[in-house]
Design a protein around this ligand. Structure first.
Ligand SMILES: Nc1nc2c(ncn2[C@@H]2O[C@H](COP(=O)(O)OP(=O)(O)O)[C@@H](O)[C@H]2O)c(=O)[nH]1
Ligand SMILES: [Mg+2]
Length: 236
């Protein structure tokens, strides 16, 4: 049997937001019992059926790369990390809904990862020094995942989910908010499972089926970073 084609998806976010727990849930369909500190980079694989239930259905490996570390790291640490940013087909940005700083840091994480991909000489983004042009044509599908939804009190949910909706909009991405310690949030057939599946389909489509320069469906707007945040460019 021919080996399966694969795509590489980065899983980025601050330490402790739940990346290992999320990846375990996505790849093993199980809650990670006892998460240990992720040292360096860890890679797990999810077997994904592209266009499931259609005549074009095909199985792919989704490699989920959890690079680890802190976004405020010294540049030497960042350049070490940069080797993992080559040939990335998609990015999952993970933040902890109980921790605003972890949401804000997603801008820096995405800049670090994307600039490495677009500037082969390895010029990395430093604090607050964002190159607005580098992101004008980002074609890498992004997904924003908020964790620890179970830790948000009912009375605060609306406020928190409004904030995350703006964040996802900034990245022109779909968003999912969940509790990584409860597999029901990704149960087969649930809206979250459908979103995840659509995201991986998009990553595969971009990698294997779309020619360079084609727009991906679901990413109609061009985006550009302005002063550290992504702003839409409107072409009226
Ligand atoms: N209550 C709750 N705890 C979570 C959730 N996601 C992760 N955790 C816990 O948060 C801690 C850090 O998770 P981990 O997956 O190691 O984060 P990482 O450093 O980003 O890989 C662990 O104790 C997890 O069990 C969640 O959605 N809800
Ligand atoms: Mg970890």
């Amino acid at each position: 049997m021919a080996s399966l084609d694969r795509v590489k998806v980065l899983v980025l976010g601050d330490s402790g937001v739940g990346k290992s727990s999320l990846v375990h849930l996505l790849c093993q369909n199980q809650v990670l019992g006892n998460p240990s500190w992720t040292v360096g980079c860890s890679v797990d694989v999810r077997v994904h059926d592209y266009k499931e239930g259609t005549p074009e259905e095909r199985t792919y490996y989704i490699e989920l790369w959890d690079v680890g570390g802190s976004v405020g790291s010294a540049s030497s640490v960042k350049s070490t990390r940069a080797v993992f940013y080559n040939s990335v087909n998609g990015i999952i940005l993970v933040h902890d809904l109980t921790n605003k700083k972890s949401s804000q840091n997603l801008y820096r994480w995405s800049l670090e990862a994307l600039s490495r991909d677009l500037v082969p000489t390895g010029v990395l983004v430093t604090n607050g020094d964002y190159d607005q042009e580098q992101f004008a044509d980002n074609q890498i599908p992004l997904l924003v995942i908020g964790t620890k939804l179970d830790q948000i009190h009912e009375t605060k949910r609306h406020e928190v989910l409004t904030r995350t909706a703006f964040l996802a909009e900034d990245f022109n991405a779909e968003e999912i908010n969940l509790d990584c310690t409860n597999p029901r949030y990704l149960a087969a057939g649930s809206s979250n499972a459908v979103k995840i599946s659509r995201f991986f389909d998009k990553v595969i489509e971009k990698r294997y089926f779309l020619k360079e320069g084609n727009q991906i469906s679901g990413f109609p707007d061009r985006k550009r970073f302005v002063g550290g945040t992504l702003k839409s460019l409107h072409y009226d």
